[in-house]
Design a binder for this molecule. Structure first.
Ligand code: 8YV
Length: 315
């Protein structure tokens, strides 16, 4: 009997995916955008896609794969995949929740500490020899004890909030409805309400059409002049133009950003800013977590073909 054919999309150099899918016929493809490069009869045999990427995977791509049964995403966020189109075709979708929560939360805290304590500028100060010629660098800003505003208290937002408790922060959050939280955490019914009550607005929303520009121009306007925005979710969740204007004019103090609207392309205006910490979408990018993500992605594929329950189904 022919082995089930799996299309492995994206670069898994760090995930050892081949070893996780024994007994399958694997086809590698750099991007789903290149789907038509696979010869039609070979394409028709593809039953599963192990998907890595942020390029849209919609109806057109699914129609190019008439034998498709399951898309197993490498990542918790599946905004690139048109889940409604998949469901309409009877195609299952899975993601990799939870295994990356700690890493993403760690990076949020790391970026905020780096921004507040001028760590990059201070390292340059030292490397340039300014410490010996000019003395100490300018003073930084205190991080502990501030007011945190978590936009989206899902699994990752909660990990971030839990860490900020150790920094003695007041925890404010906004989500559709109040969550079961430790005593004293303050729920805000609107994103503007949250923005008006925090020093650090930390965006941990899911991506997708529903949250596009959720941190709108109005929300940014509600932030105080001493506040900072952090984003570890998707660039699409923030009105990037409004945020750039606020940073350039000093209407907010700074930003710590791991994700961008048109990544990997970056609006060059970000690079001219002195008050930002920028990362190239590294939230889940540790050896340990990427291994766990690949393991969960492939466990979903194996479960599907073994006729078992999916581990982390989306639809
Ligand atoms: C990416 C992520 O998937 O999990 C998510 O939603 O954004 C990341 O973990 C990662 O860049 C792999 O492509």
């Amino acid at each position: 009997m022919a082995l089930p054919v799996i299309l492995v999309v994206g670069n898994y150099g760090d995930g050892e995916i081949t070893a996780l899918l024994p007994g399958f016929d694997l086809i590698a493809l750099a991007s789903i955008a290149d789907i038509s490069s696979i010869e039609p009869s070979r394409r028709a045999a593809i039953a599963a896609v192990a998907y890595r990427g942020h390029h849209p995977f919609g109806s057109a791509e699914m129609d190019a794969l008439p034998g498709l049964k399951i898309i197993a995403n490498y990542g918790v966020g599946y905004d690139a995949i048109d889940v409604a189109a998949a469901s309409a075709r009877g195609v299952r979708v899975t993601n990799t929740p939870d295994v990356l929560n700690e890493d993403v939360a760690d990076l949020a805290i790391g970026m905020l500490l780096s921004l507040n304590r001028n760590m990059a500028a201070n390292a340059e100060w030292l490397a340039r020899g300014d410490w010996t010629t000019k003395g100490d660098p300018p003073l930084a800003r205190k991080f502990s004890g501030g007011r945190a505003g978590i936009m989206g208290l899902g699994r990752i937002g909660r990990e971030i909030a839990d860490r900020l408790v150790a920094f003695k922060m007041e925890i404010h959050y906004h989500s559709r409805s109040p969550k079961d939280t430790p005593e004293g955490w303050v729920w805000h019914a609107t994103p503007q309400g949250l923005a008006a009550h925090c020093d650090y607005l930390i965006v941990a929303l899911v991506g997708g059409a529903e949250t596009r520009n959720y941190v709108s121009r109005d929300v940014i306007a509600a932030l105080g002049a001493d506040s900072v925005i952090a984003n570890i979710s998707r660039g699409s969740t923030i009105d990037e133009m409004a945020m750039l204007e606020a940073l350039e004019s000093g209407r907010i103090r700074g930003a710590a950003l791991d994700v961008f609207e048109c990544e990997p392309q970056l609006n060059p205006r970000f690079l001219a800013l002195p008050n930002v910490v920028l990362q190239p979408h590294q939230g889940s990018a540790t050896i340990e977590t990427r291994k766990d993500m690949a393991a969960l992605q492939c466990a979903n594929v194996r479960a599907y073909f073994a006729g078992g329950a999916l581990l982390s189904p989306v639809n």
